[in-house]
Design a protein around this ligand. Structure first.
Ligand code: SAH
Length: 419
């Protein structure tokens, strides 16, 4: 989502200003730091980075802080780091050209007006397009800062989404990644009048776009994975067979304290349904360990779900108390040493699972969409189920879906040869 926000800012600057991108910091006239605030670490890193940029930047170069940390710290950023010229919240990235010349401008409102929402032309990779389908989040997960930084959830009208994807397909993209905090809650509230359209219907509309071959989306919420959605997911050949099902915790009582809206049983039932409808689907997840009140038994429930579902990809984090969240005020915070031990155990188990999953890929056949040129005479791409592939080759493979056989496996990637 942040990568797409950065693309929006670049698109706005390209349309209204005469900046060009540079890889060389000391050459830059404008430095924008696009930030995350989901966990605490990136926030601390922001201020040390500003210090580094202050030393290395050209005289007179401007520094702007954008994204979620900009949203939640606002003016405090300028107080702590007066060399910052402007602060632009996650929901305000399309206003980049408005704040550029106002010294110490702070634009962090979470209101929404479609006319200010830039569908930028800039894409960092022409072969695949990222398209926002909704912004903000209406959930109230007790650990999560996102609703406070990105505002309430608003769905973008489906014609605008179809238009945007059609444009991207016209310039070479065969794959689209639909973006939203809660993609399968799509259609709950539109910014302007729109016919009713839910996520399943949106997927059906998008799959009619000629020339578009692959649809991905992130991130869906387990609670909204109804049967109609999972049946569409499994039966629509354009939808890639990879799905993110963020667990957060395997314990029903912790899930309740997190206000996730589903239980361990519901989560397992949805994963079983996915596997029964589409056995080759790769399921990935997010897990938080050490949430306030997490007992040994709660953590065992998380381990149990990991072992039963055998997630291919797992993003796992130690719980980090965040401002504007309920859980930060809970009195039963977990000792850091215990949380670290649990994280280590979880990750070790996942590594074992991943090794087995990837080893079993030897000699299997995949349809790989190659979209990136590597420096060593190789190209990189992804299979429908999201596995990273490398193959000997050059430009001729880019933007093409190639049938390949796996000749070498590792935990992170597979090596393939064309059939
Ligand atoms: N909308 C997504 C979450 C996006 S944030 C969802 O509902 O699943 C990405 C991930 O960061 C979350 O899935 C969660 O695992 C992690 N995360 C969010 N807040 C956190 C916190 N306070 N501490 C640790 N991890 C957190």
């Amino acid at each position: 989502m942040n990568v797409r926000d950065s693309e929006h800012m670049i698109a706005e600057l390209n349309t209204k200003e005469s900046y060009e991108l540079t890889q060389n910091l000391s050459e830059a006239d404008l430095i924008i730091i696009n930030t995350c605030s989901v966990r605490e670490k990136p926030v601390a890193k922001l201020f040390s980075e500003i210090g580094v940029f202050n030393k290395q930047k050209k005289k007179g170069a401007k520094i702007g802080v954008a994204g979620c940390t900009a949203s939640h710290l606002g003016e405090e950023i300028i107080k702590r780091a007066p060399t910052v010229d402007f602060v632009l919240g996650a929901r305000n990235v399309s206003k980049i050209t408005e704040v550029l010349d106002k010294k110490h401008a702070v634009e962090v409102s979470t209101g929404f007006d479609e006319s200010t929402y830039a569908f930028g032309e800039y894409r960092s990779n022409p072969f695949k397009a990222m398209v926002n389908i909704s912004i903000g989040c209406d959930k109230s997960c007790t650990f999560c800062i996102v609703p406070a930084t990105r505002g309430e959830e608003i769905s973008i009208p489906s014609e605008l989404i179809v238009q945007e994807i059609t444009k991207a397909v016209g310039t070479g993209a065969k794959e689209v990644m639909l973006l939203g905090q809660n993609v399968n809650n799509y259609g709950r509230r539109f910014s302007s009048s729109e016919e009713s359209c839910n996520f399943t219907q949106l997927l059906q509309k998008i799959s009619k776009i000629e020339g578009l071959e692959r649809i991905r989306f992130t991130s869906p919420h387990p609670l909204h994975m109804d049967d109609a959605f999972l049946e569409e997911f499994a039966s629509n050949p354009k939808i890639c067979k990879q799905i993110h099902v963020p667990l957060q915790s395997g314990s029903s009582s912790i899930l309740k304290a997190m206000k996730r809206g589903y239980s361990k049983e519901w989560f397992l039932n949805r994963c079983e349904k996915i596997r029964s409808l589409s056995p080759d689907t790769a399921i990935s997840t997010d897990i938080i360990v050490g949430f306030p009140g997490e007992s040994d038994a709660d953590f065992e429930d998380t381990m149990d779900v990991l072992e039963r579902v055998r997630f291919e990809q797992m993003f796992s984090f130690k719980y980090s108390p965040r401002p504007h969240t309920e859980a930060a005020r809970f009195s039963n915070q977990i000792d850091d040493t215990i949380a670290s031990e649990r994280l280590t155990r979880l990750q070790k188990k996942h590594t074992e699972i991943l090794n087995e999953v990837m080893d079993a890929q030897m000699n299997t056949i995949h349809q790989v969409y190659f979209d990136e040129l590597k420096s060593n005479g190789r190209v990189a791409g992804r299979s429908s189920d999201g596995k990273l592939f490398f193959m000997r080759g050059s430009e001729e493979f880019l933007g093409k879906i190639v049938e390949v056989r796996v000749i070498q496996t590792s935990r992170g990637a597979l090596e393939g040869v064309p059939l």
